[in-house]
Design a protein around this ligand. Sequence first.
Ligand code: NAD
Length: 263
Amino acid sequence: MQYTTEEKISLLVRWLLEVKPGKTVVFSGAGISTESGIPDFRSPGGLWERFDPDELSFPRFVSSEKSRRHYWAFYRENWKLSRQARPNPAHYAVAMLEQLGLLSAVITQNIDGLHQQSGSSPEKVLELHGNMWKVRCLSCGADYPWEEIYQILEEGGEVKQCRLCGGLLKPATVSFGQSLSADLLEEARRHTINSDLFICIGSSLVVYPAASFPQMAKDRGAKLAIINREPTNLDSLADLVLHGEAGSVMTALVNKVKELKGV
Ligand code: NAD
């Protein structure tokens, strides 16, 4: 039987209100931020058509000065493109679900910080792939303001090494070939296995280990809902698949939740 988008939203609202408060996890990907003007990985027109992901890998970053220059050129563009971005209705809807006491965590693959900007509590946002608005020394962990490095790049300068220890500086994001934080993975795992409802928004669900969380939730008996513009890798596993735009779907969802909760 085919359900309409409206019927699917109503079903998801019912699940949200049925599960115990704090037993729902949102899992987001680049697709939640496209309506803020930040292109995702796989849709056409993004930075990824101009920069080769292999060339931006962590092993190359640490071993070659030429690759580091390429990496910083990429980051200059990335910062230029993303610094004007503001949260969109989908981010605000997720923040509202937290304010209504429904969410235990937002596990995100995004590095843009827009969940926190929209009002999600920073301690509830688990940024699996780090945050692009921090630059960190790979050796001693000292933090540098991204604006300082951006200014150097804009003036055509070279990014120097850490002033404290001489280590390499790098945006605090996880590059290809770089390990994810074990503590963060553990925290995300804990929220996932405790969830009764797991909602994926705007992710193709192909990047691992991140995409293992929806599978883990499903294996542990949670309901799995997927909201995405196009089919994903895990649609066949999901209890509910909603193909649509994150902004309009999430706004409709939250409006209905608020109406039924009388707020
Ligand atoms: P992805 O590019 O693989 O998939 C994004 C998915 O979102 C696509 O399937 C697309 O159809 C869908 N989508 C795009 N716009 C949408 C919209 N408005 N509403 C609903 N769905 C929409 O992204 P991913 O799964 O997050 O994995 C790629 C990796 O890219 C992640 O590791 C992430 O760290 C990185 N990335 C992050 C950002 C960011 O922080 N904003 C941007 C680009 C890439």
